[in-house]
Design a protein around this ligand. Sequence first.
Ligand code: SAH
Ligand code: MG
Length: 199
Amino acid sequence: MNDIELEKLKEKGLNEHIPIIMDDTLEKIKEILLEEKPKRILEIGTAIGYSACQFAKYTSCECIIDTIELDSQRAEDANVNIEKIGFKDRINVIQGNAVDILPTLKEKYDIIFIDAAKGKYPIFLEESLKLINKNGLILADNILYKGYVMSDYNKHKQRTAVRHLREYIKEITENKNMSTQILEVGDGLSITRIKNNCN
Ligand code: SAH
Ligand code: MG
């Protein structure tokens, strides 16, 4: 793998204001990956392939990563970047709307990383529960959304996203088959262990 190209991709993401994973969030996920040793990961929200390449870097060469991206230009860019960095054989970019793609997936995953449209998090969770292995982890980025989610201020234009993020948090914290941690790293990261997958 080419670390210099991966570093360049991070710079490109930051310069172009693409919301790539933040360093402290990545640090936490790196720990999780080294501990869990997943064999298959699903990512919802590829952007330009930065986080997917980081996940590949911290998992074994047998670990496959499927990642879904709505925007066709970004999906194309991601493929180019993934090839440059040297993970073409381990990362599959699936172009399309995750809401439509998720019900068609045939594999089961050890870790699912949700990092796309915040208003869709409850749907992504529902679909992810059908795809996660028993004892698997579902991670969600941006779960605290700049602090809006935990504050009572509710009049800004992001209120629909905030409502859906709160709905997501309610489900992962109240469902008896799940055990959840919410961390204030980056823009908020939730880590949910699926104890008994009833799906
Ligand atoms: N995980 C990336 C960043 C993802 S940014 C990283 O850390 O490097 C979020 C991405 O989700 C955007 O590129 C956006 O186009 C995509 N997205 C938004 N809604 C989506 C949907 N419904 N299905 C798939 N991708 C979606
Ligand atoms: Mg994010």
